[in-house]
Design a protein around this ligand. Structure first.
Ligand code: UGA
Length: 465
C-alpha cells in the first residue's frame, strides 16, 4: 500500500514518519521547497522531540515532493494534513479545498480505487459536505469509485512522536466498509484495540469535543482557583487533590489508585494557549451559533481563559500599585518541549506589559527565535533565566520547563531585586512553598501566612470580609 500525505506541518510530518515506521511507503507533498530539501536530508523542519531520529531511521521508505499530481496518482490513500487557519471566528478551508481540487484532478485518469482522508481539524460535515463534492467534481468519478475518511489527530505538541507511535485511540470516520478495510490496513502496525470506527461527521465532532472538554477542565480549574485565592489558607491544589481522589475519577484497582493524566488539567494556571485549544473551541462555538445552539458554556470557558491572563498579570502588578518598571517572562513556548509560541501565555503577558510601557525581558530554552518573530526588538532576550530576572520587579514563570527546577530559590533570590516578586503561574515550584520563599506567589494558592508578601489579593469585592 502506498500513502501520500498532503502537508508536512507537525501533524502531516509526524503521521508520514509514523506510518513509514510501520513499513508503509509514504510520499509527502509540500510546496515549500525549503522544507522539501530539509526533509529529504533527514532534517525535521519543526522542533519535536524524537522526530529527527525517527525521520532518519525511515528515510528509505519516505519520499517527499512538491509535485502533488504524481504523488497522488501513485498512491492508494491520500491523507490531507494541511493547515486550517483561523480568522478569529471560523476556520478557513481554502487549503483543504485546494488539496481536494488537486486530488480530484490527479485521480481523473486513474482506474484504481482511492481513499481520501481528512486529518486536518475541520468542523462537522467538512469531509462529506465539502471535500467529497470537490473531489468528485474535479475527478468526474462516481461515489463508489472514491472513498472518504475523517481521521482526526490526537497528538500533543512536544509528545507528538510518542502519541503517534503509541496511540490511545485511532478514530476512523469512514464512508463505506471498503474504506474501513483500507484504513485498517494503513494502521495495521498499531494496536487493533485502539481503533474506533464511526462515520466522518462523528469523527469531526469527536475531535472538537475532545479539545473543548480539556479546555473546559482548564477554565473550570482557573475559576475555582480564583475563588480559593479569596479564602485564607485555602490552596486550590489541595482542593483539586480532594476531588481527584473520587474513585470515579481515580479508580482503585487492587490496592493501587490509578491517577489519570487528566488530573494534570485540573490545576490552576495561566490559561490555555497553543495552536489547538483556543482555535478549536472558538471554531466549535461559531459553528454551534450557526446551528442556533445556546453556547453559554463555550462562551464562558473562553471568557475565563482570556481573563485569566489579565488576572495573573494583575496578581504581579498589585504589589507595585500598578507601577512595575520591568518584568521578566520565563518561558515563551506555549508549553514545554516545543518551540511553538502561537497563542502563548508568556508572549501575551509580554505584550500586555509592553502595552503599559513596562520593560520586558523574556527567556526560553528553544522558542526564542519564534518569539523574536512576534515581539521583535521591543523586548530583551535571554537564554539564562537568572540573567533574565536581573532587575525585574515581577518574574512570571509561564512555561513549566523542567530545567527551572534545577535552580535553587537562593539563586533566584540572589538575582532578583530585593522588592521583586515571582508569580509562579503553574505552581511549578509548589514543593518549595513550605519554605516561605519570600519572592514567590502561586496562582490559586494562599499567600504565605507569615511571609513577607504583605499585600492582599482579597480586594475584588467578592471575598470574605
Ligand atoms: C492538544 C490536545 O491535548 C491534543 O490531544 C490534541 O491532539 C491537540 O491539542 C491538537 O488538537 O492538535 P496541545 O495543544 O499540544 O494538544 O497541548 P496540551 O498539552 O493539551 O496543552 C494545551 C494548552 O493547555 C497549553 O497552553 C497548556 O499549557 C495548557 N494547559 C495544559 C493548562 O493550562 N493546564 C493544564 O493542566 C494542561
Amino acid at each position: 500500500m502506498k500513502i501520500a500525505v498532503f502537508g508536512t506541518g507537525y501533524v502531516g510530518l509526524v503521521t508520514a514518519v509514523g506510518l513509514a515506521n510501520t513499513g508503509k511507503k509514504v510520499i509527502c507533498i509540500d510546496n515549500d521547497l525549503e522544507k522539501v530539501e530539509k526533509i529529504r536530508k533527514g532534517i525535521s523542519p519543526i522542533y519535536e522531540p524524537g522526530l529527527d531520529a525517527l525521520l532518519l531511521k525511515n528515510l528509505e521508505r519516505l519520499a517527499i515532493t512538491s509535485n502533488a499530481a504524481d504523488a497522488i496518482t501513485a498512491s492508494d490513500v491520500i491523507i490531507i494534513a494541511v493547515g486550517t487557519p483561523f480568522d478569529g471566528n471560523r476556520i478557513d478551508l481554502s487549503y483543504i479545498r485546494q488539496a481536494a481540487r488537486e486530488i480530484g484532478e490527479a485521480i481523473k485518469n486513474t482506474d484504481d480505487y482511492k481513499v481520501v482522508v481528512v486529518k486536518s481539524t475541520v468542523v462537522p460535515d467538512t469531509t462529506m459536505g465539502v471535500v467529497r463534492p470537490i473531489v468528485l467534481e474535479h475527478s468526474g468519478k462516481q461515489e463508489e469509485e472514491v472513498g472518504f475518511c475523517m481521521n482526526p489527530e490526537f497528538l500533543r505538541e512536544g509528545n507528538a512522536v510518542e502519541d503517534f507511535l503509541d496511540p490511545d485511540r485511532i478514530v476512523l470516520g469512514v464512508s463505506s466498509p471498503e474504506v474501513e478495510a483500507m484504513m485498517r490496513e494503513v494502521y495495521d502496525g498499531y494496536r487493533d484495540s485502539a481503533i474506533l470506527i464511526t462515520n466522518p461527521t462523528t469523527a469531526e465532532m469527536i475531535k472538537y469535543t475532545a479539545n473543548s472538554f480539556l479546555a473546559l477542565t482548564i477554565s473550570f480549574s482557573n475559576e475555582i482557583a480564583r475563588i480559593c485565592e479569596n479564602l485564607p489558607g485555602v490552596d486550590s491544589e489541595e482542593v483539586f487533590n480532594g476531588v481527584i481522589h473520587d474513585k470515579r475519577f481515580s479508580p482503585i484497582i487492587g490496592k493501587e489508585r490509578i491517577t489519570p493524566q487528566l488530573a494534570s488539567y485540573l490545576r490552576a494556571g495561566v490559561g490555555f494557549g497553543g495552536s489547538c485549544f483556543p482555535k478549536d473551541v472558538k471554531a466549535l462555538r461559531s459553528f454551534s451559533k450557526g446551528l442556533k445552539v445556546d453556547g453559554k458554556l463555550l462562551d464562558g470557558l473562553l471568557h475565563i481563559n482570556e481573563t485569566q491572563l489579565e488576572h495573573v498579570f494583575s496578581m504581579g502588578l498589585k504589589k507595585f500599585s500598578g507601577k512595575a518598571r520591568r518584568i521578566a517572562v520565563l518561558g515563551t513556548a506555549f508549553k514545554p518541549n516545543t518551540d511553538d509560541v502561537r497563542e502563548s501565555p508568556g508572549v501575551k503577558l509580554a505584550q500586555m506589559a509592553l502595552g503599559q510601557g513596562i520593560q520586558v525581558a523574556v527567556q526560553d530554552y528553544v522558542a526564542l527565535s519564534n518569539t523574536k518573530a512576534l515581539l521583535g526588538a521591543q523586548v530583551e532576550y535571554y537564554d539564562d533565566p537568572l540573567e533574565a530576572v536581573e532587575g525585574a520587579d515581577i518574574v512570571f514563570v509561564t512555561t513549566i520547563w523542567p530545567q527551572y527546577l534545577d535552580i535553587s530559590e537562593e539563586d533566584f533570590e540572589k538575582h532578583m531585586p530585593e522588592q521583586a516578586i515571582m508569580v509562579d503561574t503553574r505552581s511549578h515550584f509548589k514543593e518549595r512553598k513550605a519554605k516561605k520563599w519570600r519572592h514567590r506567589i502561586g496562582v490559586g494558592q494562599p499567600l504565605p501566612v507569615n511571609g513577607e508578601v504583605e499585600y492582599s489579593l482579597r480586594n475584588n469585592g467578592y471575598g470574605i470580609h
